[in-house]
Design a protein around this ligand. Structure first.
Ligand code: IMP
Ligand code: MG
Length: 419
C-alpha cells in the first residue's frame, strides 16, 4: 500500500528542509495547546498579551532544547562520530555545524519583530523558523567574531533574478560597511563568464562604489568574484577598466581541484548536454542549449517562461543521470534550477567558498558566512556551500539587506558589551 507519507516522501523530498520541518513540527504542539483562536469572538477570554507570553515561553523553551541538541551533535562531530548524535537520529539528513546556534535568543529577537507568539490562527511557519535560524547563526558568529569572510550568491540574493547590481541598490552600503569592519567579501555566483567585462556589467554598482570609497587600495582588494560556482576568479583591481582582474587558475585552485581533468570535464558536460536535449524534446520546451567550457544549460527562447514543474523535472533527470555515470562519481558538479533556466556547472559553491577562504589566507568555515537563496537539497546551488561554512538562507534581496542590518546591530551591541 502506498501511504500518504511515502507519497509525500517520493514527491517532495527535494523540496523540503528536514531540519526546518522538524523544528516546525515541535512548535506545532504548543501552538495547538496554547493559542486561543476563540478569543477573537469571546473577548472575555484570556488577553492577547497573556496568551502571547505563555506561547512565547513555550516556543523559547523548545528553541533552547534544540540549541542543546545541536550542541550535543557538535560534541559528537568533534570526536569524529556525528552519526551517533541524537540529532542525527531525529533528522537523518543533518550535516555538520560550524558553530553552535543561539536559537533561544534568536527566537526572542525575531518574535519581537514578527509577533509569532501573538498569532492565534497561523502556527510558526517554515519562514519563521528559517529566519530564526539565520538570526541564530549571525548571533553566534558575531559573539565569537570577528566575521572573517562573507560570501554572497548573486541572483535573488543581491539583486532580482537576471538583473544587475545597480548603483541604487541598498545592499551596496551594507557590503561596504562589512568591508570597513574588516570582513572579506566574496560574490560566489553560478553566472559563469571568462571576461571581467561581463561581471562588471552585472556588478557595476558595487564595483564603482568600492572604487569611489575612501578605503585603502589593500582594503578594496578584499572583494573577490568567484564565477561559474568555482571556475573563474576575479579580484577587485582599481587600475583595471572593469575594476576586476582575472586571477589565473594556477594561483588559486585547491589541490583537489587540480585533479579535475579536461577529459572528465568534457565527458560530464557531454552527458549533461545529451540529457538536457532529451528533456527539451520530451517536454516540448522552447529552449536553447548553451554550452560553455565549464557549464551547459538551457535558457528560454524568445521570452518564454517555463513552469516550475518542468524546470524541476529537467534538473532531477540530469542530476540522476550524472549521479549514475562514472564520471559523475569522480568530478563534482552542480545541476540547478535557476528560476527560468537550468544549468549544470563543473564544481560547486563549496569549492567556490573554500577557494575564497584560501585566497584570503585560510579563513575558517566557522568565521565564514555564505548568504544565498537556493538551499533545497536537489536542484539548488547554494546548498553545497554548507560543506564549507555557515550559511544564511534568504528569500529575496530585501532579506539580505535585513540580515546585514542585523549583523551591524548585533555587532554594535557586542562592541558596547566589550568596551
Ligand atoms: P546565481 O544565483 O548568482 O548563482 O546565478 C545563477 C544564474 O546565473 C543562473 O540562473 C543563470 O541564469 C545564470 N548563468 C549564466 N551563466 C551561467 C553558467 O555558466 N552556469 C550557471 N548559471 C549561469
Ligand atoms: Mg541565486
Amino acid at each position: 500500500m502506498t501511504t500518504r507519507y511515502r507519497v509525500e516522501y517520493a514527491l517532495k523530498t527535494h523540496r523540503r528542509d528536514q531540519l526546518i520541518e522538524w523544528i516546525k513540527g515541535l512548535l506545532a504542539v504548543p501552538f495547538v495547546l496554547h493559542s486561543q483562536p476563540t478569543a477573537v469572538f469571546e473577548p472575555q477570554g484570556q488577553s492577547v498579551e497573556k496568551q502571547a507570553s505563555v506561547a512565547q515561553r513555550r516556543y523559547a523553551e523548545i528553541f533552547r532544547d534544540v540549541e542543546e541538541i545541536i550542541n550535543d551533535h557538535i560534541e559528537h562531530q568533534k570526536v569524529g562520530k556525528p552519526e551517533r548524535s541524537k540529532l542525527k537520529l531525529l533528522v537523518p539528513s543533518v550535516a555538520n555545524f560550524f558553530t553552535s546556534l543561539a536559537l533561544h535568543d534568536a527566537f526572542i529577537w525575531q518574535d519581537q519583530r514578527r509577533f509569532i507568539s501573538n498569532r492565534r490562527f497561523v502556527p510558526p511557519s517554515f519562514n519563521d523558523v528559517r529566519l530564526v535560524l539565520n538570526t541564530a547563526q549571525v548571533m553566534s558568529l558575531v559573539r565569537t567574531g570577528p566575521l572573517g569572510l562573507v560570501t554572497f550568491d548573486g541572483d535573488v540574493t543581491l539583486y532580482d533574478d537576471g538583473q544587475c547590481l545597480t548603483q541604487d541598490n541598498p545592499v551596496i552600503g551594507k557590503i561596504l560597511r562589512l568591508m570597513h569592519r574588516g570582513s572579506k567579501i566574496g560574490i560566489v555566483t553560478a553566472a559563469g563568464y571568462t571576461e571581467a567585462k561581463r561581471y562588471y556589467e552585472r556588478l557595476f554598482g558595487l564595483l564603482t562604489a568600492i572604487q569611489e570609497s575612501q578605503m585603502s587600495l589593500e582594503a578594496k582588494q578584499s572583494l573577490i568574484v568567484m564565477g561559474g560556482e568555482s571556475n573563474y576568479c576575479f579580484q577587485f583591481d582599481a587600475n583595471s577598466p572593469d575594476l576586476l582582474r582575472l586571477i589565473p587558475r594556477d594561483e588559486w585552485l585547491l589541490k583537489e581541484m587540480m585533479l579535475w581533468t579536461e577529459d572528465d570535464i568534457t565527458e560530464l558536460l557531454d552527458i549533461a548536454e545529451a540529457s538536457l536535449r532529451d528533456t527539451v524534446k520530451n517536454m516540448r520546451m522552447e529552449a536553447t542549449v548553451v554550452r560553455k567550457d565549464r557549464a551547459v544549460g538551457i535558457i528560454p527562447k524568445h521570452g518564454q517562461k517555463f513552469c516550475r514543474e518542468t524546470l524541476e523535472e529537467t534538473v532531477l533527470i540530469v542530476q540522476k543521470i550524472l549521479d549514475m555515470s562514472e564520471v559523475g562519481q569522480r568530478l563534482p558538479f552542480c545541476a540547478f534550477n535557476g528560476g527560468n533556466d537550468v544549468f549544470v556547472d563543473i564544481g560547486d559553491k563549496s569549492w567556490g567558498v573554500l577557494a575564497c577562504q584560501r585566497i584570503f589566507g585560510g579563513i575558517e568555515g566557522g568565521k565564514t558566512l555564505h548568504v544565498g537563496d537556493q538551499f533545497l537539497s536537489a536542484g539548488a546551488n547554494d546548498f553545497k556551500a554548507r560543506l564549507a561554512c555557515t550559511t544564511a538562507w534568504i528569500a529575496n534581496p530585501l532579506e539580505t539587506c535585513q540580515l546585514l542590518d542585523e549583523i551591524a546591530e548585533l555587532d554594535e551591541m557586542q562592541q558596547r558589551k566589550t568596551r
